[in-house]
Design a protein around this ligand. Structure first.
Ligand code: PAF
Length: 278
């Protein structure tokens, strides 16, 4: 596996292969878990060359503490990527990505980015799209791989590609889960054993909606709110059932596989999100 820390060296290398090879990009912020590794595996199956980027992007954090506490396990990450025969890892320093004083780019993703993460993490999607657009322009992948756990991000990235008029194909991979249903996330590293157990409340609520799709949306949301109220140190931020095409909350069920139940919650202070498409 080759490691590049600068975009100049990375693009010089990729340019040799670009004409004849497909290039898959798996953008990450490190602290790799089995969900990321599934993205790398999918990229290896589909593409000739796989690039994994590891960069904790300050611009997408609206909360300084969340940024500072974001887990970092670079040596373990590199080992995992080597084991999977990932071809290239791009680990830029901040000044390879941003010029000093650079501001976040303002995109207008409309309703897609207005609710849920857009509402509770102001500026998050502009920050995320700023880095993803830069990575796309540096690496010029043929395909880029994203997890369905961040469903709203996935839809915003699809909109970004359209805005860019880019031919990059966005490939999504299903959510990987712990035995108790907790979605794999780098943030899980910050959960105590007890908190990990408690965090299954999120999956249990999502699953309740899957099992009770015949019920009214209002009642399902009430069920989730009440379930969280009864659990100490589990704070619900939002529970929304949305149309996945525009990520706008709905009151009536749409067609099969076009709705998603999305939850964000703080478990012992760690913010987690999850969803299931139904
Ligand atoms: O999902 C993530 O880890 C990040 O939002 C991404 C796509 C790597 C951009 O920083």
């Amino acid at each position: 596996m080759r490691q590049f820390q600068t975009k100049i060296k990375l693009t010089r290398y990729l340019n040799i292969y670009r004409k004849k090879s497909s290039i898959g990009l798996v953008p990450t912020m490190g602290a790799l878990h089995s969900g990321h590794l599934a993205l790398i595996k999918a990229a290896k199956e589909k593409c000739d060359i796989v690039v994994c980027s590891i960069f904790v992007n300050p611009m997408q954090f609206n909360n300084k503490e969340d940024f500072i506490n974001y887990p970092n396990s670079i040596n373990k990450d590199l080992e995992k990527l080597r084991t999977l025969n990932c071809d290239i890892v791009y680990t830029p320093k901040i000044n390879d990505i941003y010029v000093q004083g650079e501001k976040v780019k303002e995109f207008n993703f409309g309703p897609l980015a207005e609710n849920m993460e857009g509402k509770f993490r102001p500026g998050h999607f502009n920050g995320m799209a700023t880095i993803v657009e830069k990575l796309f322009n540096i690496i010029l992948p043929t395909q880029a791989f994203f997890g369905e756990k961040d469903l709203q991000q996935l839809q915003v990235v699809k909109a970004l590609v359209q805005k860019m008029g880019s031919p990059i194909e966005i490939v999504s991979i299903t959510t990987y889960r712990e035995k108790n249903g907790l979605a794999k996330s780098s943030r899980n590293k910050r959960l105590s054993k007890k908190a990990k157990k408690k965090a299954s409340i999120i999956y249990n609520c999502l699953n309740y909606c899957v099992q009770n799709k015949h019920k009214d949306i209002v009642n399902l949301k009430l069920y989730i709110q009440n379930t969280f109220k009864s659990q100490k140190s589990c704070k619900l931020e939002y529970a929304e059932i949305v149309n996945i095409e525009n990520m706008v909350p709905i009151n009536k069920w749409g067609a099969k596989n076009k709705n998603a139940i999305c939850i964000a919650a703080h478990i012992e202070g760690v913010r987690l999100i999850d969803n299931i498409i139904l």
